[in-house]
Design a protein around this ligand. Sequence first.
Ligand code: FUB
Length: 342
Amino acid sequence: MKTSSALLLIPLLLGSCQQSSQSNVSASASDEVISFGKGDTMIVADGNPIIRHEHTGDPAAMVYGGQLFIYAGVDECPAPGQYYLMNRWTVLSTTDMKTFTEYPCPLHASDFKWSKGEAWASQVIERNGKFYWYVTVENNESDPGKCIAVAVSDSPIGPFTDALGKPLIKNSDTAQPRPDMWWDDIDPTVYIDDNGQAYLYWGNSACYWAKLKENMIELDGEIHKTEFRGPSFSYTEAPWIHKNGDWYYLSFAQDFPERIGYAMSRSIEGPWEYKGILNEIPGNSNTNHQAIVEYNGEWYFIYHTGALPDGCGYRRSVCIDRLSYNEDGTMQRIIMTSEGVQ
Ligand code: FUB
C-alpha cells in the first residue's frame, strides 16, 4: 500500500462478484450502481493525472451499471527509455470522478495467442449483456503489422478472452494510403447507432470505418475511408465517436506532436465537416488520445499526458477534464488542468 499527499491507494475488499446482464449504456444519478467484482486498489485522485502508481495511456471510457469505466493501456517502458513497452491493459471504475477502483488485470496482449503482443489503443462496448473489447496488437508473420483484435467478456471488468482466434482487421485489409504501411490499422473506436447498427472506426494516417454485424465480431460490408470536408488538416490517429443531441462527433489526433481535432456530422456515416482543434498538445507527450463521454449529466474529456515526474510520450498518465458545447453544437476547447474535475 502506498500513500502520498497527491494520491491515496487503498487495497480493496469489496463485496462478492455480482454479474449483470443489464444492457443500459447511460447512467443518471438515480441509476443503481452495480458491483461487478473485487477491486485491487482504490485510488483517491488529487487532480490530474488521476493514476500515479503506474503509467497509463490511450484511455477509453464506457458508462454502464451506474458507473464510469475507464480502460487504458499500461506503459511499462523503464526510464529513461523512449519506446513503447505495453503488455497489458487495465480497467478502473468510478461513481464520483474522484475515487477510482482498479480491478485485477482484465486482458494481456498475450491473451491473443496468435499475436506478437503490444497492447496499444482500445475501446470496450456492451451489447446484449456481453462486453466487446476492440484492441490494437501486433500480428504475426502471416500478415505482419498492427491489427485489430476483439475480446469478449460477460462483465465490464473481465476477464476477457479472444473472441476470434485471429485479427478482426489485418494490415492487408487496408492497402491505402500505402500498402507497406504496417501501422495504419490501429486505434479502434466503436459505436452503436440509434437503429442498432454498430460501426467501427480506426486508423493511423487514414481514418477507416466499417459496419459490424449484430454479433460484433464480423465486419458487415466493405471498409471505407473517411473523407473530411472543410478546412484542410493532417489526420493522424486515435478516432473516437460520440453523439450529443442530433450531432455525431468524430474526434481524432492530428499533426505530430498531436493535437485533438474534431469533425461533426448529422450521420455516423458522414459527411464529416472538420471543425478545428479541441485539445492542444498535452504536456510532455508526443501523442494525444481521447475518450469523450457523458456521465451523470456532465461531459468529460479523458486523455493522457506525460505529466508524472518520470513521464514522457512512452510513460503516459490518464487525466480527466470537463468538456462543454457551444449553442451551435461545436465543442469548446478543452482546458487541461492540474486540479482535474473534482
Ligand atoms: O499507445 C500506442 C499508440 O500511441 C496508440 O495506439 C496511439 O493512439 C498513440 O497514443
